[in-house]
Design a protein around this ligand. Structure first.
Ligand code: HEM
Length: 488
């Protein structure tokens, strides 16, 4: 017995008689203006695209669950990290590449985004990190310039080794992250096979008001795996969506990927006097000094029902913090607190937080006095000003941030200078010999193709400052004279 099919309706709910033949004035006549269904269909189609993310445009996402294994209430009052072993919080993740557009091949050398959204009982908590523990720059003023150098040349519309190396060679703080990116981790085998990092130092506050600095680490339980440059290039030519497919297929086959969640915990005063500035996101805090503490794990176990609804419309922001987690004075983080929601208001519209994927699970709208704007919905009947005598929502003083001291003169400080290189040198020395060899090969095939001799010299000089052997090997691979590298 065949099921009765749903009938076609217009967006306004009217029955739709013909979805194949336009209304014409006679058999050979022009199409009629009266064909409102044709006009609506074309008009809606014409508006299907929204702006892609200005960075991290290409990505894959899934839903899952975070499970707490260790009560962290000694360090933070954040509900998600407080309670009994086994406490669950729903979440979603989106992994991405940074520089390519939405259709770019997945397997090109790039940092990968590692964005997590936890739907906690205190609202949404986002950790918007990468698959590397550090970043190229540490001041938000430099971010648009950095990204311009990664994206397309305004004249040729081509991506350019000249532009990116020009920027990096004049930004010595990038040396550590460049050494990561040009190493094996610049080409992960899949999104499932990479670790994630919150990268910045964040502030945890417990119920007694004590402050700890923390750094997040997410360890893949699938094992860290990378691919060779030759394999990556081959796949890029055959399957541009290799990573999206890999994640989707694994979840579809119930092979759910899992990451363990760890934090480094740094007591407040010790953090303020650490051997380098812990708010400089171009550096790591040694695990020998502050070892990893296990917090829990998360598992991705549900593919999107609809990619656009569940992944493209997902809006992450480092400003999505919950009581118990606060921003640190890391300047790059401070800049990010503004940029994401601003980008999302532009990309998705002012009411983007009402979209199902972004809607907090703990709040029934409306819960504040913001109103209207494009695509407002479910506003209901509620007083729209405060103070009021109408039983509108009131402040929750328990959510106040922990007050902190600031001092000094307002100025444009070069806060994190001058140690740009020691961390890059330590990373180079950490690489096994074979990885060092691949790193030099990669630098030869990227930096080596740059037109400007000065760029090559400046960049190689950075590597030399990081580690003499590192610089000497790059110079040799690029055919540069060491007297120029040692120059200044
Ligand atoms: C001042 C520095 C930075 C600025 C201004 C910035 C800005 C942005 C903007 C505007 C977006 C697009 C947001 C959207 O349309 O939804 C974005 C996406 C993203 N950024 Fe940043 N970013 C910065 C640094 C960083 C750093 C340091 C990390 C990692 C540690 C990072 C990780 C990400 C990730 C993972 C995404 C993609 C989120 C998603 O999957 O939707 N960004 N960034």
């Amino acid at each position: 017995m065949s099921k009765k099919k749903k009938t076609l309706r217009t967006a306004a709910g009217q029955p739709w008689a013909d979805n194949n033949h336009s209304l014409t004035a006679g058999k050979r006549g022009p199409v009629l203006m009266q064909d409102y269904q044709l006009i609506e269909k074309l008009a809606h189609f014409d508006r299907e695209r929204i702006p892609e993310r200005v960075v991290h445009a290409k990505g894959a996402g899934a839903q899952g669950v975070f499970v707490l294994t260790h009560d962290m209430s000694k360090y933070t009052k954040a509900d998600i990290f407080n309670g009994k072993k086994g406490k669950k919080t729903p979440m979603m993740a989106r992994f991405s590449e940074v520089a390519g557009e939405a259709g770019y091949p997945d397997t090109v050398r790039d940092v990968r985004g590692f964005a997590l959204k936890f739907y906690t009982r205190d609202g949404n908590y986002d950790i918007v990190g990468n698959n590397t523990p550090v970043f190229f720059i540490n001041d938000p003023l430099k971010f648009p310039d950095f990204i311009h150098s990664q994206k397309r040349d305004p004249q040729t519309h081509l991506r350019s080794q000249d532009m990116q190396w020009d920027f990096w060679s004049h930004s010595p703080e990038s040396c550590h992250q460049v050494t990561y990116l040009m190493g094996d981790r610049g080409l992960p085998a899949s999104y499932r096979n990479m670790n994630g990092y919150g990268s910045h130092t964040f502030k945890w506050v417990n119920k007694d008001g004590q402050v700890y600095w923390v750094k997040y680490h997410f360890h893949t339980q699938q094992g860290v795996k990378n691919m060779s440059a030759a394999t990556a290039a081959k796949i890029a030519g055959e399957d541009t969506d290799y990573f999206i497919k890999d994640l989707y297929d694994a979840i579809a086959h119930k092979n759910y990927p899992t990451w363990k969640v760890y934090v480094q915990i740094i007591p407040y005063e010790a953090g303020m006097h650490y051997k380098h500035d812990i708010f400089d996101v171009t550096k790591v805090v040694s695990k020998k000094d502050y070892p990893l503490h296990e917090v829990g794990y998360f598992t991705l176990n549900k593919n999107p029902d609809n990619y656009f609804d569940d992944v493209e419309e997902a809006a992450f922001s480092p400003a999505n913090l919950v009581p118990g987690v606060e921003a640190s004075p890391d300047k790059l983080l401070q800049g990010r607190l503004f940029a994401y929601k601003d980008a999302e208001r532009y990309r998705l519209g002012v009411n983007f937080e009402n979209l199902p994927v972004n809607r907090p699970h703990n709040v029934k709208h409306p819960a504040n006095y913001e109103q209207d704007g494009f695509m407002a919905e479910h506003q209901g009947h509620q007083v729209n000003y405060e103070p009021n005598g109408e039983n509108g929502p009131v402040e929750d003083h328990a959510a106040k941030i922990k007050p902190y001291d600031v001092s000094g003169k307002a100025d444009s400080y070069d806060t994190y200078a001058p140690d740009y290189y020691s961390a890059a040198g330590a990373l180079y020395r950490l690489y096994p010999k074979a990885e060092q060899d691949r790193l030099i090969e990669t630098l030869k095939s990227t930096l080596g193709t740059v037109k400007s001799h000065t760029t090559k010299v400046l960049e190689t000089r950075q590597f030399y400052h990081a580690d003499h052997e590192y610089g000497e090997r790059v110079a040799k691979a690029l055919g540069l004279d060491m007297s120029e590298i040692k120059g200044k």
